[in-house]
Design a protein around this ligand. Structure first.
Ligand code: ATP
Ligand code: MG
Length: 625
């Protein structure tokens, strides 16, 4: 079935080699635990040698009992005189110790491996949260969620547990080689042959397995994205009775995923079948060879017994090794996909915290820079905003959204921004925060601008952004306590937070709910009304104490009484700050000193409120007729 119309992943599916960076990433994840891992490896290897060595002891036991010298080998000097009881006790001791070592290896290694892999996850998250905004504009949400859910799930599931199993298999192979060599080196030729044949089967299947697994991984994200969209828009879907349309898209995406899954399963089964057939063939050959070797007196019965049981075992183990190897490729595909996020460029000027441990090409904040962040750039209560020759757009190939803006706002001035929808008002805020690269022109707040290039001039981006308090068009709240949502800089005291709530008129509301600052805000603030969310965002802005306050359409969803609070905020709470107020309700802007009128990304007028506001109003009315 052809895929439904979905945003395809950009990674080439045909590329079959894992990049060097994937190995480097795994090295960075495991290296801090290297000492412990080596000790645990030694334990694991010893465990397997002890367990598998049982076969050698049995071989010696058989030879010690043997009464036909023509087909037996004399046991070493130190074993002569050993009774069957001695052999049984030795076998028991080896078995128990080997078992304890193997078990300890699995538990300890799985823990270390889970820790290492979760460090990798943390490091990827550190970087993803610092990606340029354009990344979030262009990447479907489902794809990002898949990276952090199913891709990481695959990686964690295999590296946090079965990797120990896989390593045990490798230890088995190493121990077998050693023990077979001790028992009868001729059989190394057979083992070599088994390895080569299994490798050939593995190689013949590898590319098909890899590409179907890659296609499977990337076919999951569109249905996850569709799920997220459907749950968010559930009320609209119901009110427009569009359930069937969404269901059909689900079905299409799901059956596409199912097709990919089936093709992957088919490839895995075919691979497994080829491996099994090869093992059966090898057993037949080995058995026949053993028969003739005993008959010709080439080897002793004891050593042939040991070698034969190892050949059978090693055949199975080698087969398991290659089957596991192919499973690990799936986990490695997950590592590879997360690795792309680990190494993608960050937003210009954004620095990784000094606690980040993976040394990637990114710039890191030094502890000194982090310390500096705690002190504000300026202690003045307001700051000027200078916009010079600003050209702004959302992507290097997109249309200019703001064109050649030039203006200056004085400290403490209150500016209203008006313009028709799409005229660029919110984009001006994005530019103020340097959320997208400013290709031409500049913005300075209090004379400060952010350093966007390595070792460039300017102040650190985080410190620059701290100059602005922002109440956005969509009031954004996060899952967590009310306190965590309000005091995002983690600097305010309880009385300060209560005071801010009181100012926006929500103290009584919170008390009437019988709640305190630990009041739990649900995901995206869905247990609050839009107006309540906006007032909370206002309280958050109050707590920030930044010299410039930006409000974007903050009055759109509050009742007249609450709107009074917002107007009061602009007139009282933020009176000594520089204010930039974007509003459609012109009543909010009456007390502004000046009005900036934007039209299609350009400044149409910038002047005193008494002059510009009536003109804009009459123009809007004209547009309506
Ligand atoms: P409104 O009054 O409706 O809020 P606005 O004046 O705030 O409108 P903006 O949001 O600044 O308008 O949008 C200006 C232009 O930029 C619009 O043409 C819009 O399509 C475009 N735009 C906004 N955000 C993005 C984005 N993330 N990526 C690409 N283009 C965008
Ligand atoms: Mg807007």
């Amino acid at each position: 079935m052809s895929p439904p119309r979905i945003a395809k992943e950009t990674e080439p599916h045909g590329e079959m080699k894992f990049s060097k960076t994937v190995l480097n990433t795994l090295w960075m994840a495991y290296q801090p635990f290297a000492g412990k891992i080596i000790s645990v490896f030694i334990l694991g290897l010893l465990g397997r040698i002890l367990l598998l060595g049982n076969a050698n002891v049995i071989g010696l036991w058989v030879d010690s009992l043997c009464t036909a010298p023509q087909i037996c080998k004399a046991v070493p000097q130190f074993l002569q005189g050993w009774t069957s009881q001695d052999f049984i006790l030795t076998l028991l001791g080896m078995g128990l110790t080997g078992f304890a070592f193997t078990l300890s290896f699995r538990v300890l290694f799985s823990r270390l491996s889970a820790k290492s892999i979760s460090t990798f996850y943390d490091e990827v998250t550190l970087r993803t949260s610092r990606f340029p905004m354009s990344f979030f504009d262009q990447t479907p949400t489902g794809r990002i969620i898949t990276r952090f859910s199913s891709d990481y799930g695959n990686v964690f599931r295999l590296f946090g547990g079965p990797l120990a199993e896989f390593l045990s298999i490798i230890f088995d192979l190493a121990s077998m080689l050693l023990l077979i060599t001790l028992a009868s080196p001729y059989y190394l030729i057979s083992v070599g042959l088994i390895v080569i044949l299994n490798w050939l089967v593995f190689r013949a299947n590898r590319d098909k397995l890899r590409s179907s697994r890659r296609a499977l991984s990337s076919s999951r994200s569109p249905s996850i994205a569709h799920f997220a969209e459907t749950t968010q828009g559930a009320s609209i879907i119901r009110s427009f009775h569009r359930e069937s349309v969404f269901q059909n898209r689900f079905n299409a995406l799901d059956s596409y995923f199912l097709d990919q899954k089936m093709s992957t399963i088919k490839n895995i089964i075919s691979f497994s079948f080829q491996m099994n057939a090869l093992s059966a063939l090898l057993l037949l050959v080995t058995g026949t060879m053993a028969h003739f070797m005993i008959k010709n007196g080439a080897l002793s019965v004891g050593s042939i017994g040991v070698a034969f049981s190892f050949i059978v075992l090693s055949g199975n183990t080698i087969q398991m090794f290659f089957e596991w190897l192919s499973q690990f490729e799936e986990a490695l595909i997950g590592v590879e996909r997360l690795d792309k996020y680990l190494r993608a460029p960050l937003e210009p000027g954004n620095l990784l915290p000094s606690t980040a441990t993976f040394k990637t090409q990114h710039s890191f904040a030094s502890p000194e820079i982090e310390k500096l962040r705690e002190s504000p750039l300026t202690l003045s209560r307001s700051a000027p905003v200078e916009v010079n020759d600003l050209w702004f757009r959302y992507s290097p190939s997109g249309p200019w959204v703001l064109k050649n803006l030039n203006f200056e706002i004085k400290p403490g001035e209150k500016i209203g921004v008006v313009g028709r929808t799409g005229s660029g008002k919110s984009s001006l805020v994005q530019a103020l925060f340097y959320l997208y690269p400013i290709e031409r022109g500049s913005i300075k707040i209090g004379g400060f601008f952010p350093t966007l290039e390595k070792d460039g001039v300017g102040v650190e981006l985080t410190r620059y952004r701290n100059l602005i308090s922002y109440i956005s068009q969509d009031p954004i709240l996060f899952q967590g306590s009310l306190r965590a949502n309000l005091d995002m800089d983690l600097k305010a005291t309880d009385p300060e937070i209560w005071q801010a709530l009181d100012k926006v008129g929500l103290k009584a509301w919170l008390k009437s709910l019988g709640q305190n600052l630990e009041f739990r805000i649900e995901e995206r603030g869905k247990n609050l009304s839009l107006g309540e969310k906006q007032l909370l965002c206002m309280a958050r802005a109050l707590l920030r104490k930044a010299p410039v306050v930006v409000m974007d359409e903050a009055t759109s969803s509050v009742d007249p009484q609450s709107e009074d609070i917002l107007v009061k905020a602009t007139e009282e709470f933020f009176i000594d700050r520089t204010q930039i107020i974007i509003a459609h309700r012109l009543s909010t802007l009456k007390k502004c000193h000046r009005i900036l009128w934007l039209n299609k990304g350009e400044i149409k007028k910038f002047g005193p409120t008494s002059e510009i506001l009536p003109e804009f109003e009459s123009q809007s009315l004209l547009d309506l007729t």
